[in-house]
Ligand binder design. Structure first.
Ligand code: NAP
Ligand code: HSE
Length: 428
């Protein structure tokens, strides 16, 4: 039998402890499936004394993850600390420089430094695997890099942040306001240490940037993405969307346009009866479209100890089998710059306007929409509070540029009392 594959694991939190648990629980199964024994030789975390629910007594301890990454008795450095720079980046670079493969769940680090790290890995004849970084337990990286490798990918879209989907579906199902459900998600431990990464759409944006790089053969381009979070979605938006047969989702879309690569992460309305519309709680869903395969839909747990550790160990098994695919599916030198672009494809939009309730207000709004080429398809005015009239409008299909121009014009009038909310209605 081949030599054991020796792991050094930095980070023993939710994911790290899950990985240790799988290695300990499934020793024989891993050997049978990979033809090698998978062992852990050394671990690292901030606090040595913490009870992590797994027995670490057989492993060497390193206070410094960089020292762990460089150990001679480590073949694969497993980075599960998190953070787009700092110890995670330092230790990953040290591991590659020392000739180790890297497995990580760290989407933030790869979205910002993926290209440099991929180049480093290739120079060292190594790779970085990151299945766990996108959509938790769903094998979406493997699907794109391997199973769909013969397709020209036309679009990747989906719900990639479980926390936001939990918040939006819980608001709808329990009829609770955003602030209350946000506090609930915090108490349940769902939120990232910096919650704006979740609710601001940034975490999901990191994931979409990685998928787009593989799908379109481009360098990860997080900075070229249009990102909007869910903080401004009210329970009223959710109810009104439901009245019209839609649900609101934080939806990521990446597609090639004639000018470049469009990447957007924003709350959208999707048909309530569609697969995306029916997605509940922390579940993720990724839809991939390719010229040969047409469309596939992957659905599953987007986070949590078991699902995320499962994805990390899938990568470890590939390395144990000797499978070493370039980090983003093709040599880093072949990845093109991703020219950010914006689809001119028209869509209908949902608009929420809080209007000054006096004669002529609606006429003014209709004029601004009309002047910018937006036609009203449906409109409702809901319960007034004092002088404020909430008005909801669904437009006919309009281009994103026309929508932006109309929104800018609406914001400058004195009849729109709070910044308007516009949500794209995404046809699946
Ligand atoms: P976590 O529970 O907060 O654990 C982080 C671990 O890293 C802890 O063990 C911590 O040590 C250790 N650590 C932090 N800074 C360190 C440093 N400077 N030196 C050594 N160790 C350090 O995080 P997690 O939820 O497991 O997430 C880990 C990674 O997986 C992140 O990149 C995250 O985005 C990604 N991810 C997580 C999930 C999920 O469901 N949780 C899903 C997909 C991807 P102490 O325990 O001693 O504090
Ligand atoms: N905060 C992330 C989420 C964790 O809610 O989906 C998994 O990446």
């Amino acid at each position: 039998m081949a030599d054991p594959l020796r792991l050094g694991i930095a980070g023993l939190g939710t994911v790290g402890a899950g990985v240790v648990g799988i290695v300990q629980r499934h020793t024989e199964l891993l050997t049978a499936r990979t033809g090698r024994t998978v062992t852990i030789t050394a671990v690292s975390a901030r606090s040595r004394g913490k009870d992590r629910g797994v027995d670490l007594s057989a492993y060497a301890w390193e206070d410094d993850p960089v020292a762990l990454a460089m150990r001679d008795d480590v073949d694969v450095f497993v980075e599960l600390m998190g953070g787009d720079s700092g110890p995670a980046l330092d230790a990953t670079k040290a591991a590659l420089a020392a000739g180790k493969d890297v497995v990580t769940a760290n989407k933030a680090m790869l979205a910002h430094h993926g290209q440099d790290l991929a180049e480093m890995a290739e120079a060292a004849g190594r790779t970085i695997r990151f299945e766990a970084a996108v959509a938790g337990g769903i094998p979406v990286i493997k699907a794109l890099t391997e199973s769909l490798a013969a397709n020209e990918i036309t679009r990747v879209m989906g719900v990639m942040n479980g926390t936001c989907n939990y918040i939006l579906t819980r608001m709808e199902n329990a009829g609770l306001p955003y602030d209350e459900v946000f506090a609930e998600a915090d108490a349940l431990g769902y939120l990232e240490a910096d919650p704006t990464l979740d609710v601001g759409g940034i975490d999901a944006g990191h994931k979409l940037a990685l998928l787009a790089a593989i799908a379109f053969g481009t360098k990860p381009d997080f900075d070229g993405m249009r990102i909007e979070g869910i903080e401004r979605i009210s329970i009223d938006d959710i109810r009104r969307a439901a009245d019209m047969g839609y649900r609101i989702k934080l939806l990521g879309v990446a597609q090639r346009t004639k000018d470049g690569i469009e990447q957007r992460m924003q709350p959208c309305l999707v048909p309530a009866i569609s697969p995306l519309g029916q997605l509940e709680g922390g579940t993720n869903m990724v839809v991939i479209e390719g010229d040969a395969v047409e469309q596939i839909v992957l659905r599953g747990p987007g986070a949590g100890m078991g699902p995320t550790a499962s994805a990390v160990m899938g990568d470890v098994c590939d390395l144990a089998r000797g499978i070493r695919i370039p980090t983003f599916g093709q040599p880093a030198a072949l990845l093109e710059d991703a020219t950010p672009s914006r689809s001119a494809q028209p869509a209908s939009y949902y608009l929420r306007l809080m209007l000054d309730d006096r004669p002529g207000t609606l006429a003014q709004v209709a004029t601004i929409l009309g002047q910018n080429g937006l036609s009203i398809h449906r409109m409702r005015q809901y319960d007034h509070k004092e002088q404020v009239a909430p008005v909801l409008i669904v437009t006919h299909a309009a281009t994103p540029d026309a929508l932006d121009a109309a929104m800018r014009a609406l914001e400058t009038t004195d009849v729109v009392l709070v910044p308007p909310v516009a949500l794209r209605i995404e046809a699946e």
